[in-house]
Design a protein. Sequence first.
Length: 238
Amino acid sequence: MDLLLHMLLSLQQLDDKLSSFGQKKKEIPERIHAMKHAFEEEKKRLEEQRQRLQEALLKQKQLEKQLQESAEERKAKQKKLLDVKTNEEYKALLKEIEYAKQADSGTEDKILTLFEEIDTCEKALKQAEISVQEGEKKLQEETRLLENEVIEIDREHRLLQNEREKIAADLAPDVLADYEKIRTRRSGLAVVTVRQEVCPGCHMQVPPQTINEVLQTGEIRHCPFCMRILYCELEESA
Ligand SMILES: [Zn+2]
């Protein structure tokens, strides 16, 4: 068939590829950004685990100190029992010692619970550290791959752009302008291949006379409804 319409079809294919490259190139920095963000979140979780462990260790230390002080106080009170003069005083002091013992037993329970928490925290921290290490490696690798992809896209983009320029140079300026105008107005689809006398751009019936003109002359004819450029092939079944 005629060269002109084939050239326009090729031009459209190139433009489709160019715009998909453009889209990909735009998406890559967004993907890198999303990965970095996810990694930062992972690091934040690690920091939180570290913080939790520090707090538990500090609390454990405080409680142990408290227990020690209380033991000393109790010892002092035990000693004082020997010096007490009245029965009431003796009873009161005994009660105090008993209360202190109960309180210490509560503190001991708290310390035991903390031991468990510390153990859990240490395990979670180790896990988080591994996760961050792996995440960092993965981030670096994937960033490198994506950056290479950008280089490759740029290279292919240039090749296609050259090819496009060659075709565009061979087209009459008014034809090129017509094509570009339609492509812009018709969301990227300027040239359509008519199938069973229907324009695939707007799904309307194309007059047989127009199809025949395209087939016979190879010149540009527009769909009377959406103004797209019609490309026609002889169809067996028709
Ligand atoms: Zn149409």
